[in-house]
Every structure is written in C-alpha cells, then in structure tokens.
Design a protein around this ligand. Structure first.
Ligand SMILES: *[C@@H]1O[C@H](CO)[C@@H](O)[C@H](O)[C@H]1NC(C)=O
Length: 391
C-alpha cells in the first residue's frame, strides 16, 4: 500500500511539474463572488481546458466545494486533459433537490482525460432514509456519484468516493480505462450504493481498491470484455459480482474477466456470478478468480442462475436461465465461510455450466467441515479442494 501511494504521489508531482507547461485552469479563478456553488466555475474551467490547443489541466484546490450536476462532455480540442482535484467536491444537488439526471458527475465522450485525486461526497444519507421509510418505493432513484460514458483512455487515480445516493462509480461504453488507488465508502445498510459498476466496456483495469458499501463491491454488467481487477478489498457489502445478467433476452455476453488478489471482509458474497432464470442469448466465458482471501463471507464462491432479489417479479417456478456459463477457474482461494455451504454452483438446466475448474481451495466453516453444492455444473478439481468438489 505504502508503495502504491508513494508512486501515486510521485506521479501527481511529476504531473504538476509538467502542468507548468500545460494550460492550467484553477476553478476558483472562474468563481463568481457571492456564489457558494461552484458548478458554473467548474464548467467554465472545463470549457477552457477542453478548447485549449495544448494539454490542459483543471485544478480544484484543497477545501470543500459544493457542486451541482456536473456534466463534462467531449469531444475536446485539447489532446489531453487532467482534472487535478486536491479538495472535496460535495453534492449541492443532493436529495431532496436531486431529480433530473441520473448522474451527479459525468464524463461523457472524452479521450485521454485523467482524474487525479479528489474526494466526491454524494451526501446520500437523506435519500437512503427516504428509501428506508414506509412508502420508500416512491422516493426518487437518486444519482450516481461519477459516471464515465462513451470515453477512451481515461485514467482515474487516487479517487475517493463517499456516500453516493446510488452507484458510486460507473464505467459504461468505454475502452481503455485505468483505475488505480480507488477508495469507496457508504453505510453498510445504504440501498444500491454499489462501489464500481462496469458494463458495455472493453479493456478496463482496476488495481488497488478498497470498497465498503451497502451493495456490490464491484459489479460487471453485460457487454464487458477484457476486464482486469487486482488487489480489491471488499467489505461491508455484497462482494464482487458478474451480473446480474439475463434479465433481457437480447443481451451481450461477458468475456475474459480476471479477478486476482481480492480480499473479502464479512461480505454477503465473495466471488459471484448471477443470472435471472429467464430465456436469454447471453453468456459468461473465460473468467479467472485467482488468489482470494475470505474472512467470514456468507457465500464465498457462488454461481446463482436463479437470481431474483426480494422475490419481486420472479420468473415462473421451474424457469431456466438461457445464459451459458463456461470456463470459470477458481484457484488459490482460502479463508472462512460464515455459512455451511462455502461453494455453491446452482446452474441452469437448459444451459448447464461447463468447464468450471477448482484448484487449491481451502474454505472452512467454524470448526466443522464446509460443504459444496452443485446442480447442472460440470468441470474438474485439481490439488487440494476443501470442501470437496461436487462437480
Ligand atoms: C484478456 O484481457 C486482458 C486484460 O484484462 C488482456 O491483456 C488479454 O489480452 C485478454 N485476452 C484475450 C485473448 O483477449
């Protein structure tokens, strides 16, 4: 960790040096006197950077800056833009004033943009309280802290995201996004505050993230390929999940996902793949779960093809998922399960799981032997596998 943060600091310093030659736009020099909301100042600084003929930086100094919906859109004339945020952006559009856009901060249609540092505070607790109250289903959905959409070659380094009303960071329809040194936190009982969600994107790499929220730590949606997640620490929350998939019939698959060196602390799930039991042309293939540590995790390894949260709008009994799951490797997974069933592969009868590999698994359950459970799951076990494989 120390090395990672030292290198982040170094890259930030190097960046500052090189930024002396680039155009630098400090948002405070765009602020209007008497305005406490800095949305317009930030948008003006962005417009200046975006239209710059040289590489450009937008700078937010230390301190707390209330910001409303901040939609930063491309394409830009500048060949590269750095958003260097030393301070905290706090949502001035938090519930009950939210509404309208599903995104608080949006990067849309940009290339070669780096977001360095910064804390995003979505101030979501009032909306969470509304959703927890009687009649909570009538509350607004809320906004995502940060969405990166239709963008290429984006770097997000050293970002902290807290208390989002909804998902914290979403990467959608992007290519080549590198995320490093990410910290995300929201209350364990906050609804739908997923940490990082990736979908319809290729070549996304996430290294070193510490994520604790009320929902999934990382979730992977349809149309994701070549995703690399390394050194992710999860908890509290629902763990790392591919899915849910197969809610719709026409859906892109998920392919080539690697998760390595993940640590789970008292999460609901560890490494999960979940699909609805509905007809679908979707698929999940070539997934590697390598080196993971489970601390008191309810479902450490789980494939659930009968996913239906809160038992609302579930498919008819006996319905089957059409999502086919193949070539999923689990290796060097150790630690403790909070329930007796440490490995559960509940696959579809219509599209059974194929090519599951278990290698060097050691999962315990208190002082008893943990169990594994399989249905419609095929594959092989190698080396020590505890609980014993049911494939
Ligand atoms: C799988 O994804 C990784 C990045 O996560 C990439 O380096 C590798 O080339 C991909 N493999 C294939 C066969 O596309």
């Amino acid at each position: 960790m120390v090395n990672v943060f030292a290198s982040l600091l170094l890259s930030a310093l190097l960046h500052l040096c090189s930024a002396t030659r680039a155009a630098l736009f400090d948002i405070t020099s765009f602020s209007l006197s008497g305005h406490t909301d800095h949305t317009q100042a930030f948008l003006r600084a962005w417009a200046a950077a975006c239209s710059s003929t040289s590489p450009a930086s937008v700078y937010v100094p230390p301190g707390r800056f209330p910001i409303g919906h901040l939609h930063l859109t491309g394409p830009c004339r500048s060949t590269s833009i750095t958003l260097h945020i030393a301070g905290t952006l706090s949502s001035s559009a938090a519930y009950p004033y939210s509404g309208g856009s599903p995104d608080w901060i949006l990067l849309d249609g940009v290339e070669r943009v780096s977001l360095l540092g910064g804390t995003l505070d979505g101030r979501g607790s009032a909306l969470w309280a509304c959703k927890a109250s009687p009649g909570g289903r009538r509350c607004p959905a809320g906004a995502t802290n940060l969405r990166v959409r239709k963008s290429k070659e984006v770097v997000i380094s050293g970002l902290t995201s807290v208390n989002s009303e909804l998902y914290h960071v979403v990467v959608e329809e992007c290519r080549g996004v590198r995320v490093e040194g990410l910290r995300i936190s929201a209350a364990a009982n906050s609804p739908n505050t997923d940490g990082l969600h990736v979908e319809k994107s290729e070549g996304i790499t996430v290294t070193t993230a510490v994520i604790g929220t009320g929902d999934d730590c990382v979730s992977v949606g349809p149309g994701t390929a070549n995703l690399w997640l390394e050194r992710i620490t999860c908890g509290p929350g629902h763990g790392i999940s591919i899915g849910s998939l197969g809610k719709r019939f026409k859906e892109a698959g998920v392919e080539n996902v690697t998760v390595r060196w993940a640590v789970f602390k008292s999460t609901q799930n560890g490494l999960r793949i979940k699909t609805w039991a509905k007809p679908s042309g979707g698929f999940v293939r070539r997934v590697v779960f390598d080196h993971a540590i489970m601390h008191n995790v309810h479902n450490p390894l789980i494939i659930d093809q009968n996913y239906c949260p809160h038992n609302r709008g579930c498919p008819a009994k006996g319905a089957n998922s059409g999502v086919s799951i193949s070539e999923v490797q689990y290796s060097d997974i150790r630690g403790s399960s909070a329930t007796a069933v440490a490995m559960s592969f509940d696959c579809s009868r219509r599209a059974p799981c194929r090519g599951i590999e278990l290698r060097d698994i050691r999962l315990t359950y208190n002082d008893e032997r943990a169990k594994s459970s399989c249905s419609n799951a095929g594959g092989k076990a190698y080396g020590t596998v505890e609980p014993p494989s049911c494939l």
